[in-house]
Design a protein around this ligand. Structure first.
Ligand SMILES: *Cc1c(COP(=O)(O)O)cnc(C)c1O
Length: 366
């Protein structure tokens, strides 16, 4: 990770004195891997997912991979995923030997379109894996109904959506397993790390076996498992970050409200009825994106494209599919600074730069 040096950076991970003190405390304790800090982090994180049992792992990708594996999804199975996501969503499916089936997104909230998911379900479909993209909840009502009708598991990729809600219920508490990431740029971090939230205790036990060489007790291996353990150093950082999450989420929302009110000439993010968006990203659609982004950079405003190439067209997948809304999104989206570290002046600068650029481009077209 290279720090963003723009006057208004698009992301600004927090590693403050509290995080540093927590790391030093754990290092001095001598218990550094999957010990008391991990147990405490799992216990505390459960509050964020309606009391579900939480199992910590070493990344969000590991969370997805392990959840799929623990649910028995593997070779011969298909899992419906969006192509408009970070590649980890589909990679996790491939890493367990199953096949991702890429479905179209809704152009308004950028999450899976339930009608497209319905069309993608076939005899080999084992699970649905919606992504709560940018911190906006996927349409879980229709997706859970589809899964119920076809006897499918639902896993949630909540890696960008800590504390997001839908009709008051937190994401990660809808499907069989909710997977979170604690990468530094996420809404909360643990340096690296992941969490799986599950309702079923037996599934939690299986996840615990699978993350640690299949061991229930030392040198007794019940099943074949890898090493996906979280360190106590990471967990201690995660616990500090978790305590700040509510306040930082409120600041993201307040920042998004300022952008919503001030921006002109771009398509601002919509929020579905009943959705509690947590603005992991504040993503707009802009005309002539490459030039638009360069012009923002010239004005000292950082921005990022999430994501410039859909997963199905990545070299690792190389599929030719007809996903017009996905293609339109990859060509038009631009994420603007919304992180909780932004000051009033920085936000005003984002509003001014975006609006001026949009006006300049609209003028040039006419
Ligand atoms: C970050 C992310 C992941 C992977 O998380 P890591 O902790 O980086 O492995 C998976 N899915 C989505 C949508 C993400 O944004």
């Amino acid at each position: 990770m290279v720090p963003d040096t723009a006057a208004v950076p698009v992301a600004a991970p927090v590693i403050g004195e509290e995080e540093i003190a927590a790391v030093v405390r754990v290092l001095r304790s001598g218990s550094v891997v999957q010990g008391p800090e991990v147990a405490a982090f799992e216990h505390e994180f459960a509050e964020l997912v309606a009391g579900r049992t939480c199992v910590a792992v070493n990344s969000g990708t590991s969370a997805l991979q392990l959840a799929l594996q623990a649910l028995g999804i593997g070779p011969g199975d298909e899992v419906v995923v969006p192509s408009f996501s970070f590649a980890a969503t589909a990679n996790a499916v491939r890493l367990v030997g199953a096949a991702p089936v890429f479905a179209e997104i809704d152009p308004v909230d950028y999450c899976l379109d339930p009608a497209a998911v319905a069309a993608a379900i076939g005899p080999r479909t084992a699970a649905l894996l919606p992504v709560h993209l940018y911190g906006h909840p996927a349409p879980m009502g229709p997706l859970l109904a589809l899964a119920e009708r076809h006897g499918l598991a639902v896993l949630e990729d909540a890696c960008q959506a800590h504390a997001a809600t839908l009709h008051g219920r937190p994401v990660g508490a809808f499907g069989a397993a909710g997977c979170f990431s604690f990468y530094p740029t996420k809404n909360m971090h643990a340096l690296e790390g992941g969490m799986i939230a599950v309702q079923d205790r037996q599934l939690a036990d299986r996840l615990r076996l699978l993350r640690n060489q299949g061991m229930a007790e030392r040198y007794r291996h019940e099943v074949v498992g890898g090493n996906l353990r979280m360190t106590d150093v990471s967990a201690a950082v995660g616990r500090v970050q978790l305590r700040a999450l509510a306040e930082r989420t409120a600041r993201r929302r307040a920042n998004a409200a300022v952008l919503d009110a001030g921006l002109r000439g771009v398509t601002t993010p919509a929020v579905a009825p009943g959705a509690g968006h947590v603005y992991h990203q504040y993503t707009v659609r802009v005309p002539r994106r490459a030039q638009f982004q360069a012009e923002l950079a010239r004005r000292g405003v950082g921005s990022a494209v999430h994501y410039p190439v859909p997963i199905h067209r990545q070299p690792a997948y190389a599929l030719e599919l007809d996903l017009p809304e996905t293609e339109r999104a990859v060509a038009e989206v631009l994420s603007l600074p919304v992180h909780p570290g932004l000051g009033e002046e920085q936000l005003a600068r984002v509003v001014a730069a975006v609006t001026a650029t949009a006006e300049q481009f609209a003028g040039a077209v006419r």
